[in-house]
Ligand binder design. Structure first.
Ligand code: SAM
Length: 235
């Protein structure tokens, strides 16, 4: 396990959950997207790659959800919330059985991985035929992506040119800065290169970040407007 990634979320477990609880409407919008793209999971076997604290899983039946998580801080909370954490480590270092899962999903975790091709390849192998690889992330090209890259570049969200444009409680700067923000097209390109032909896309957080937490948003089809986008890739 790389020490670097473990440090990214160790120490952030409480702050991470707290941020979502304080941005309750933003969280509800993301949760709606999460539930929509997972669909009916009854009787299915799922793997959550980078399950974190299991915050989203705590709102669904997590009894058939396995998790992989490099941060002990985060993963131990996920276990209490019912996720079966099968490995405290990075997906890159885990051997997964072939054709074993109905759904493998990365909820926000691709945004902390440099090289997506080997991890998506491994995940596709571990899916049953007809299974789904689901990737949910803040796209690099979205307003949220710009904001996080700005924070990462400046070491702060504060800049005189941007006065009056930032949300009251932006995502913790440390987590925005340690992100490896990918564009949606980049991820689609990786998946196409791995032979995926069947895709669907859903999005939320369409409003500008300043207004995102005013009220929960409905899930919309597509990926070109949202600050949180799901790619569903069918094996
Ligand atoms: C933004 S958090 C999302 C956590 C959780 N999925 C959620 O939606 O609340 C990203 C998670 O990915 C994990 N992560 C980062 N790099 C990873 C890797 N190489 N393999 C597996 N998980 C990783 C982090 O430790 C962190 O818990």
């Amino acid at each position: 396990m790389s020490e670097g990634t473990r440090q990214k979320f160790d120490g952030y477990a409480n702050l991470y959950d707290e941020w979502f609880m304080k941005n309750e409407n933003l969280f509800t919008s993301e949760l709606r997207l999460f539930k929509k793209v997972l669909g009916d999971i009854s009787g299915k076997k799922l793997l959550s790659v980078g399950c974190g604290s299991g915050l989203f899983e705590s709102y669904i039946d997590s009894s058939n959800i396995e998790g992989i998580e490099p941060s002990k801080d985060m993963g131990q909370i996920a276990e209490k919330r019912g996720v079966n954490v099968i490995k405290y480590g990075m997906i890159e270092d885990v051997d997964l059985p072939d054709e074993n899962y109905d759904i493998i999903y990365f909820n926000g975790s691709s945004s902390y991985m440099e090289d997506l091709k080997p991890v998506y390849e491994k995940s596709l192998k571990a899916l049953k035929a007809g299974g789904k690889l689901i990737l949910l992330d803040v796209p690099k090209e979205s307003a949220f992506g710009f904001m996080y890259l700005l924070g990462k570049s400046l070491g702060t969200y504060e800049h005189e040119y941007l006065e009056g444009t930032m949300p009251a409680l932006p995502y913790p700067l440390g987590l925005a800065s340690s992100g490896v923000w990918h564009s949606t097209e980049e991820k689609i390109g990786v998946l196409k290169g791995l032979g995926v032909e069947r895709f669907s896309f859903y999005q939320t957080l369409i409003k500008n970040p300043l207004y995102t937490n005013e009220e929960p948003e409905e899930v919309a089809e597509g990926y070109k407007s949202g600050g949180y986008v799901a790619i569903i890739a069918e094996k």
